[in-house]
Write a protein that binds this ligand. Structure first.
Ligand code: GLU
Length: 505
């Protein structure tokens, strides 16, 4: 091997929103590179202009910014191996097409789409290969002068790789081991089209991996069938010595385990399959994203890391630095990983619990501001600290904590029927007097004073406290009562009690 430094790449085609499986591929590349002190490169594979979707490249950039997975080299950042967008590398590829043609490892073909179509109609399982190329219109069958004349006259052509039949092609895969394929099953794939002067995916991908000195190609299982052709191209181009090592990652499966996770599964079961919300520029259709659904980037990174890899222990919560230390391709599973939306939620909950009240409050204050609710950082910190145990998403904080910030305007009917009894208004009036007389309004002192009063008067603790809660919260939910009143303060507590007495029967 000529190279020493580990260099891996994430090479998406900008054809729409990035699927969460693609995000996992990028994450594994990142973890692998950083563990080895290597580089992680973003390369945009946009040679197929017919599949280009506006906004897709920006979406990729935003995704990894959000997840805090930085690229060492990318279209935006640049680097010594640029440009990092294949559409800007057009001229680079031409010499390799030329060299393959000169070596006789590739040939020019003039068959029109219609001609190919009729061949396919006439021969079952038609494949353009050693067994059929002799009957087609290409530089192997036509006289040299005719080939030159056709090119001169501007006839569109493609260049095809010439696969010799009956050879063993060996793909050494770090996850799957050695895969041996007979070259006879491959077809003479198109590697270049004169129409746009661009190579196809296969040639551009191989040439760039070589030119960018990529040491390991870590990508989704769906690319495994392309690997023998890629190995063939490396050999044909004389780059065999520097061939990267392959690792084809297991598929992300539907929650039920049968088949690949699709956007439809997400819609059906109510979870996002995209990192960020995506609006299809053609149809205007909006698909939900993890970010907009209230997931924390650290939680997404953590659960994706464990979809197809595990450190061999029961532990599940890992920060990015720990993941970098522990990750290993050996522990990536060969079989597909079932997507588990409940588990994703669980991770998010765990990360919310791990956050400091201060940081949670900082995320929550903008939500409050949007609702026009002024809240101090101190109060917000206390409120989120008391209810974070109950939420899975930042978006649920409001639902669980609104009563800290606004007095109830309506009271839950069922709770009223059950908890607001004939004797309640009188008891609440006494409670008001008791509270009004408190100098120390700490949760501890409130609790002590109120409990003493209940005992002295032989009241029923449950009845009093449930009615008290109804008056303060508007329903039968929420954390410890005196923690709530401690946060909202004495004035507000008295005010809410008065209001309940005057509003409720
Ligand atoms: N452009 C391919 C994709 O969209 C890259 C596959 C590879 O990593 O080689 O995933």
């Amino acid at each position: 091997m000529m190279h020493h430094k580990t260099r891996v790449r994430f090479a998406p085609s900008p054809t729409g929103a990035l699927h969460i499986g693609g995000v996992r591929t990028a994450l594994y590349n990142y973890l692998f590179a950083k563990q080895q002190g290597g580089d992680f490169i973003l390369r945009i594979e946009d040679t197929d202009s017919s599949r280009f979707v506006p906004g897709a490249e920006e979406y990729i950039r935003e995704t990894f910014d959000w997840l805090r997975i930085p690229f060492d080299e990318s279209p935006a950042k640049g680097g010594d191996y640029g440009p990092y967008k294949q559409s800007q590398r057009k001229d680079i590829y031409k010499q390799y097409v030329r060299s393959l043609l000169d070596k006789g490892a590739a040939y020019i073909a003039f068959d029109t789409p219609e001609e190919l179509e009729s061949k396919r109609a006439e021969t079952a399982n038609f494949q353009y290969d050693a067994s059929t190329r002799g009957k087609m219109r290409n530089s192997l069958t036509l006289p040299e002068e005719e080939v030159q004349a056709l090119i001169k006259s501007g006839t569109q052509y493609v260049v095809r790789i010439k696969i010799d039949p009956g050879r063993e092609i060996i793909v050494d895969d770090m996850i799957r081991g050695r895969v041996v394929v007979n070259s006879s099953v491959l077809d003479d794939k198109v590697i270049y089209k004169s129409a746009d002067g661009l190579p196809t995916y296969h040639l551009a991908n191989v040439a760039d991996d070589h030119l960018m000195e990529i040491t390991h190609v870590i990508r989704g299982e769906e690319w495994l069938p392309s690997a023998p052709l890629h190995v063939w191209l490396y050999k044909s181009l004389g780059w065999e010595e520097d061939m990267p090592q392959f690792a084809h990652l297991p598929l992300l499966l539907k929650p039920e385990g049968n088949g690949k996770l699709s956007k439809r599964d997400g819609d059906r079961l109510g979870f996002p399959v995209f990192p960020l919300q995506w609006t299809d520029p053609k149809t205007g259709e909006v698909s939900p994203g993890y970010r907009e659904s209230g997931y924390l980037p650290e939680a997404v990174v953590n659960f994706l890391a464990l979809l197809g890899w595990n450190p061999g222990t029961e532990r599940e919560i890992f920060g990015i630095e720990e993941l970098i230390t522990l990750f290993s391709i050996d522990k990536v599973s060969k079989s597909g990983a079932k997507f588990d939306a409940e588990k994703a939620k669980w991770f998010n909950h765990k990360y919310i619990l791990q956050m400091s009240d201060h940081d949670l409050a900082a995320l929550f204050i903008p939500v409050l501001q949007e609702k026009g609710i002024p809240a101090s950082l101190e109060k917000t910190e206390k409120a989120v600290g008391l209810i974070k145990e109950r939420v899975h998403f930042i978006g649920e904080l409001w639902e669980q904590s609104s009563f800290f910030f606004v007095a109830p305007t309506v009271y839950d009917e069922q709770t009223v029927r059950k908890r607001w009894k004939t004797e309640t208004p009188e008891q609440m009036r006494q409670l008001i007097a008791l509270i009004a007389g408190m100098d120390d309004f700490s949760a501890e002192n409130q609790e002590k004073t109120v409990m003493d009063w209940i005992q002295r008067n032989q009241l029923h603790t449950g009845n009093v406290m449930n009615a008290f809660r109804l008056a303060i919260v508007g329903a039968g939910k929420g954390p410890h009562m005196f923690d709530i009143t401690g946060v909202i303060g004495k004035e507000e507590t008295l005010h809410r009690l008065e209001r309940a007495i005057s509003t409720l029967p």
